[in-house]
Design a protein around this ligand. Structure first.
Ligand code: BG6
Length: 503
């Protein structure tokens, strides 16, 4: 994560993509590389090696990636830049079930590296289904492709999901760290590529006024909301094994939580920032299963309408099991056991097929201590929230009370807002640009570290276990297009609180 002024052009390298024919590569990776090329942030000495299982010619692969780029580019495509980028693409076939193919890959790569003069630096990007992470990395290791050679670096990038529970995440960490070092490993969480998410660090630690009140003395509670309008679509097979909790909470929602709740890092570098984030995740109280049941709500959508689109029952989605009890909505109440946050609940919720798309962190400050204005008792004052809008509203809002102009003291809640679009003109991006650029310059600050990943799974494991045992019992239904299961409100109202209404 660098600043604009010192954005560094990476060293020459080979960018090797496993899963090059897949959706992620077409939709996000190539458009992001294109945006980097347009910003002159790709090295001159560069090659993209697309690994395919079947023999596919480089021409066919380039044509397919070009089609993807035309469809998913975030800005008008300049043909010259696109051609230059795609000229760097070569297709090579390799299959982890055929070890000899990885030896051939090494030979091909060495030839390409010498013809493109990339200096032997290699980045292996696993844009594959998660069950391929272990076999591919094992083969890369066995074939010596990940072994550092003199000053030439090696990096391994893995996508989410990183494990499906604590045990599998630990096993995957152990496996990968037996092949590469932590510094060579880049675990992607695309939320960290979002400007609005990175800005949480800047908001907290480049302004003197927030830190003194950023604690249990002044903050009543924190709400983290990631509501989506889309249903599960064509991802039934993946989603039914996964559910809203695993899909979103230990990764995306915990990234938001850790940035909001971490202690100020000693330095702005990968070690300090990731340590501070891992510390706060490790301080989330690990609940007993009975507490986890009491402090959570899960729901599954049934048919309804989101805007003008009819959404069928979750259970009728292709590849979803009959009678599935997989949750498409999850709400949790968590606490963080440390001096800053003791007694401050963190309420998290996320769901599919909801009526509103909204990703935000809302920090609710404590009420004024007593009723000085006779006509407006404290409990009628509107609430003081600092709202960090991640998307679609990108900005920051502060809600406070003000006097309604007139001869009497009448009070109303108002909002002071900052919107990125009012201040900055930035070429639209898809959030992967920063992440890919950081992998190439060797900056791990925006990537998860093993201890952070495991601390996240440790905190959600009791919910996974308790829900698995409860099965259908306690699973609520909610209508697509609604605001989610009614019990999600009860999670807060029983504490005398409410979810923030969309502004
Ligand atoms: C992905 C999940 O990681 O994040 C999806 O697998 C989810 O289910 C997506 O829709 C949400 O990302 P964003 O950036 O749209 O909030």
């Amino acid at each position: 994560m660098t600043t604009q002024a010192n954005a560094q052009v990476p060293d020459g390298c080979a960018f090797v993509i496993f899963g090059v024919t897949g959706d992620l590569t077409h939709r996000l990776v190539i458009p992001a590389l294109y945006n980097l090329a347009e910003a002159n942030l790709l090295p001159e000495k560069f090659c993209v090696v697309g690994i395919t299982r079947k023999d596919m010619s480089s021409e066919d692969l380039r044509a397919s990636l070009m089609q993807g780029l035309q469809k998913f580019a975030t800005r008008p495509v300049d043909q010259e830049i696109a051609d230059k980028l795609l000229y760097c693409v070569t297709s090579v076939s390799a299959d982890p079930s055929d070890p000899a193919s990885f030896d051939r890959l090494r030979e091909r790569l060495e030839k390409l590296e010498s013809s493109r003069n990339t200096g032997g630096n290699r980045l292996f990007y696993l844009a594959t289904p998660p069950d391929a992470f272990a076999p591919i990395s094992a083969e890369l290791g066995r074939a010596g492709l990940l072994k550092e050679d003199g000053s030439a670096w090696r990096r391994l990038v893995v996508e989410k999901p990183f494990g499906t529970d604590l045990a599998s995440a630990k096993a995957l960490n152990d496996h990968l760290l037996s092949i590469v070092t932590e510094h060579e490993l880049y675990r992607i969480d695309h939320y960290l590529g979002k400007e609005t998410v990175q800005n949480i660090l800047v908001l907290r630690f480049s302004n003197g006024m927030f830190e003194p009140i950023w604690n249990r003395d002044h903050i009543d509670h924190v709400q983290i909301t990631v509501d989506e309008k889309l249903g599960v679509g064509h991802r039934g097979s993946f989603y039914d094994k996964t559910g809203a909790l695993r899909d979103m909470v230990p990764n995306h929602l915990f990234q938001l939580l850790s940035l909001v709740a971490m202690e100020p890092p000693a330095h702005f570098n990968a070690h300090s920032v990731r340590s501070a984030k891992a510390d706060v995740l490790a301080a989330i109280q690990v609940q007993r299963e009975d507490e986890a049941l009491r402090n959570s709500v899960r729901g599954q959508y049934i048919a309804g309408k989101v805007d003008d689109t009819e959404i069928p029952d979750y259970r009728s989605v292709k590849d979803v099991a009959q009678g599935s009890t997989t949750e498409t909505y999850a709400a949790l109440k968590l606490t963080i056991d440390n001096w800053r946050w003791a007694g401050v609940p963190f309420y998290l919720r996320t769901g599919k097929a909801l009526g509103t798309k909204r990703t935000e962190v809302a920090i609710k400050f404590k009420q004024a201590p007593f009723a000085m204005f006779r006509c407006t008792p404290v409990e009628e004052l509107s609430q003081n929230y600092l709202v960090i809008g991640i998307e679609p509203v990108e900005g920051i809002a502060l809600q406070f009370n003000t006097k309604i102009p007139g001869p009497t003291i009448a009070i109303d809640g108002v909002e002071m807002t900052f919107r990125y679009k009012d201040y900055f003109k930035v070429a639209p991006s898809n959030g992967y640009e920063t992440l890919l650029h950081d992998c190439m310059i060797g900056d791990n600050i925006l990537f998860q570290r093993a201890d952070g990943v495991e601390a996240g799974w440790r905190a959600v494991q009791p919910f996974i276990d308790a829900w698995a045992k409860a099965g259908a019992q306690g699973l609520q239904s909610y209508k697509a297009g609604s605001e989610g299961p009614e019990d999600a409100d009860a999670l807060l109202t029983r504490d005398g609180r409410n979810w923030r209404e969309p502004g």
